[in-house]
Design a protein around this ligand. Structure first.
Ligand code: 13P
Ligand code: 13P
Ligand code: MG
Ligand code: MG
Length: 365
């Protein structure tokens, strides 16, 4: 059976700052989809990561379907009304356009979708991250799909040994989707040269050499849509696993490094990415930036219950490491590597300060 997995996520309001959506808001979104999605979606799952609500749909309508996107949009509108009624912070934060035009892409919510012929056993991973940007997945995806130091399957599985195709997007280009396709292992250094720059070059998708979809990432850039800072583009991702794709544990292993990512505190800081349990709130320094992962199997479009893969005790050790790295980076305050480059801050108040000071500079005689 050919099915589509669609993830659509948005921050539509949260309690106590940018912490987590309220129970009532979540229930409203779930109830809306359960009611209005009847006959349209095969199955769905709703969860939150920090202040972001993500909806995972299974259906047979293909990618970019206006009815599926419209359903998510209307569920988020219903949730926003609750957020307003409860006085939640940032009510409707990511809904940047007032009228729906057939597809939520470019309207604020993050989207990632894949369509494929279901394998008899179809395991996949659904990632959601908060207080960071789509490029946060660059390094883990490189490690999981291209580095035998992380993924022994690249040596042990003849199919994986053929390598993968990476489609990488230049997210600073605003007139359309500017992409390049590069293959491993031959294009490894070119891929690394691009993925070094998480702000600009983002893995959009990965395919097997046969053309089977393996991974998709949301590539929204909220500040490209809004023209001003409106919050970070907290990214979602789907990864198919096992057989011709990396094993679940190989993909997860790539998250044990807690690498520094952009987007912490006011979208302006570099902080380590902490793997967290499903439905976790934010805390220290509005973070630390977090990633959650739900593992599923799907059959005839029906989902199993999710497995919370970062709930295992191994990840407590990793979380401690991330806490230590976060504290160490915060000892830097505003200095150097602690904050993002000027190009990423250009919509923040710092631009006004620098403009004002620029006029006061004098060239010494
Ligand atoms: P304020 O909205 O309180 O200025 O905080 C900004 C922030 O937390 C980043 O979105
Ligand atoms: P969100 O983009 O998750 O709303 O966070 C804003 C922020 O930067 C808080 O510090
Ligand atoms: Mg928020
Ligand atoms: Mg968020």
């Amino acid at each position: 059976m050919k099915i589509t997995l669609s993830v659509i996520k948005a921050d539509i309001g949260s309690i106590g700052g940018h912490i987590k959506p309220s129970e009532k808001l979540l229930k409203t979104v779930k109830d809306y989809i359960a009611g209005e999605g009847h006959g349209l979606v095969k199955d769905f799952y709703v969860g939150y990561t920090g202040d972001d609500i993500a909806i995972l749909f299974t259906h047979t309508r293909g990618k970019g379907d206006s009815k599926i996107h419209g359903l998510a949009w209307k569920a988020f509108l219903a949730g926003t009304q609750v957020a307003k009624d409860q006085g939640l912070y940032g009510a409707g934060q990511d809904l940047l356009k007032s009228s729906f035009s057939g597809n939520v892409k470019g309207m604020g919510p993050a989207v990632c979708e894949m369509e494929f012929q279901e394998r008899p056993n179809e395991p996949f991973l659904f990632f959601a991250a908060d207080k960071t940007e789509p490029g946060a997945y660059n390094l883990p995806l490189y490690l999981a799909f291209a580095d035998p130091m992380n993924t022994p399957g690249l040596l042990l599985s003849p199919e994986m040994n053929k390598g993968f195709k990476f489609r990488i997007m230049d997210v600073s280009y605003t007139k359309g989707d500017r992409v390049i396709e590069l293959s491993t292992p031959e294009g490894l250094y070119d891929i690394a040269a691009l993925l070094r720059d998480n702000e600009r070059f983002v893995v959009e998708s990965i395919y097997s050499k046969k053309g089977e979809i393996a991974a998709v990432v949301s590539t929204t850039r909220l500040h490209n849509i809004a023209g001003k800072y409106t919050g970070k583009d907290d990214p979602v991702m789907l990864v198919r696993v096992q057989k011709h794709f990396p094993a679940t544990g190989e993909v997860l292993a790539a998250f044990s490094r807690t690498h520094y990512v952009g987007g912490g505190m006011r979208g302006s800081h570099s902080m380590p990415l902490m793997p967290m349990k499903l439905n976790s709130p934010t805390s220290y320094f509005d973070g630390p930036p977090m990633v959650s992962c739900a593992a599923f199997c799907v059959h005839n479009g029906l989902l199993t219950e999710p497995v919370d893969v970062f709930a295992h005790p191994y990840w407590d050790y990793v979380r401690s490491k991330a806490s230590r790295k976060a504290t160490e980076m915060r000892e830097q305050g505003f200095s150097g590597a602690a904050m993002l480059p000027y190009s990423e801050l250009e919509y923040g108040g710092i631009v006004e300060i620098l403009k004002r000071l620029d006029k006061k500079f004098k060239v010494k005689k």
